[in-house]
Structure formats: C-alpha cells, structure tokens
Ligand binder design. Structure first.
Ligand SMILES: [Zn+2]
Length: 122
C-alpha cells in the first residue's frame, strides 16, 4: 500500500475518531476503568412539579433506552477506528482479519476501519 494512500486513510480515521468522541461525550462519559468503553449517562430527574416529575422520568428512561444502541454503535466504530490506527502504526493495516488477504482499496476508502475484506464480511 502506498504511503500517500495510507496517510490519507490515517487522517480520515483520526478525524472520525475526534468526531465520534465528541458525539459520545454529549451523552456518555468515558469509563475510566476500561479504556475505550463508554457509559451512557442516565439522565437525572431534576425539577418538575407533581406528576410532571414522573412524566419526565418516563421520558428520560425512554431517551436512555433509545440512546443505548446508538451509543453501542458509536463505541464499536470507535474501537474499530482505534484498532485500524494501531494497525497502521504497527504496519499491518489493510489485511483481512479472517482470510489474511488484502482489503480492496475501494473498500478502505469508504470504510477505513474495515477489519475484513468484502468477501469475508458477507
Ligand atoms: Zn477476507
């Protein structure tokens, strides 16, 4: 793989990493005990009068439940991005984790954090 292409992908990955971390930071806090893991902040019920408190709480639980898959998805992407950056550093980026063959450039352009070639993912 040529260096220019690799550098482009690395920049792309780093940008994605920053934006995902910023997104996650809006509703999740970084778990200090486990690197790369994020916990969704459970929205606190504060304020509200009478029945409003319960209603708000229900809304917040719903919000929390809705956020979980989103958070999980972003967390997964972030892990893959970190993995890809690590592979670039160690010099074995771009190889399929399953069959060991090179991942097509076109695929890496679209999905620089891809861990498997197009054939293996199917
Ligand atoms: Zn493969």
């Amino acid at each position: 793989m040529n260096k220019k292409f690799l550098r482009e992908l690395k920049e792309k990955l780093e940008k994605q990493k920053v934006s995902i971390e910023a997104e996650l930071g809006k509703f999740a806090k970084k778990d200090e005990n486990f690197k790369g893991d994020w916990d969704t902040k459970f929205p606190k019920a504060d304020g509200g009068v009478g029945g409003q408190i319960l209603e708000d709480a229900a809304d917040q639980v719903e919000e929390y439940v809705n956020l979980l898959p989103v958070e999980h998805n972003m967390e997964l992407r972030l892990q893959n991005i970190n993995l890809a950056l690590d592979k670039i550093k160690k010099g074995f980026y771009g190889k399929c984790e399953k069959c060991g063959k090179k991942i097509a450039k076109e695929r890496l352009k679209i999905l620089p954090e891809a861990r498997e070639c197009g054939k293996c993912e199917k």
